[in-house]
Design a protein around this ligand. Structure first.
Ligand SMILES: [Fe+2]
Length: 266
């Protein structure tokens, strides 16, 4: 188990980014992780696992630099500020902070949901993208997508519809429930799918349907997410969110998504 007050340092950058928020998944890899103290703050900004211009022409370098260094960086800074003075909360993992927001003190609940959610969502997002991405998944994930969405086109259409239907800022997700069922849903602002199990925020599209099907105690974990905040695309695409979402499918890191699926579905 990774000590909460220790940042991660490893030669495998992607593994370090993953381990920052998902120590359980990181423990499944064979990559040794050396924990070294670099800060007294509970959470640190994981490095981008590729160069700022790696996703050109689909996402431009300046957008990636501002998105990672400034926006994600601010979520981490403000999460640490919200936790300061709450030693009981500082000991918790990011997942523990987010998966039951109603258990958080009211004075810091919104700050932790917004900034902790921003840290969680973006830490995953960088790894879900690759300059060698795109195409379609293979193997078990491909068969699961066919099972729940008819085929890849059905999946792509539903995720696109969710991304374009999100009013204002938020995310569209492919998630897996604890019953292994795959679903598409959209969350507002920096709400995360892992917060849905014990009472979804009222603005989360799809949450009511999930509750109706499973009750309120089923946990959903994201496999793939599209950030549809304007900060993710405005420099290149301005108001053309459909063009950004279409380009997103050219850089999906299906190897990473498939690896997450296999670990969570097994
Ligand atoms: Fe973002």
């Amino acid at each position: 188990m990774i000590t909460r007050r220790h940042a991660l340092k490893t030669t495998a950058i992607a593994t370090a980014a993953c381990a920052t928020i998902l120590p359980a998944l990181a423990a499944d890899t064979n990559t040794p992780i050396a924990a070294v103290p670099t800060s007294t703050a509970p959470f640190t900004l994981p490095p981008l696992p590729y160069a700022f211009d790696a996703l050109e022409p689909h996402i431009d370098a300046k957008t990636m630099e501002i998105h990672h260094d400034k926006h994600h960086g601010a979520y981490v800074t403000n999460l640490n500020k919200a936790l300061a003075g709450h030693p009981d909360l500082e000991k918790k993992s990011l997942e523990e902070l987010l998966n039951n927001p109603h258990a958080l003190p009211e004075t810091v609940r919104t700050a932790i949901q917004n900034n902790g959610g921003g840290h969680y969502n973006h830490s995953l997002f960088w790894q879900m993208l690759s300059k060698n991405g795109g195409g379609e998944p293979k193997g078990e994930l491909a068969r699961a997508i066919d099972k729940y969405f008819m085929n890849f086109t059905g999946f792509k259409d539903e995720l696109t519809k969710s991304a374009l239907g999100r009013f204002g800022s938020g995310w569209a997700w492919l998630v897996i429930g604890t019953d292994k069922h795959l679903s598409i849903l959209s969350t507002a602002n920096q709400d995360t799918p892992i917060s849905l199990g014990l009472g979804a925020p009222g603005t989360t599209a799809g949450a009511d349907a999930l509750k109706g099907r499973y009750g309120t105690n089923l946990t959903h974990t994201p496999l793939l997410g599209i950030d549809v905040w304007e900060h993710a695309y405005y420099l290149k695409y301005q108001n053309r969110r459909p063009d950004y979402v279409a380009a997103f499918f050219n850089i999906i890191n299906w190897d990473y998504v498939t690896d997450r699926y296999q670990k969570l579905a097994s």
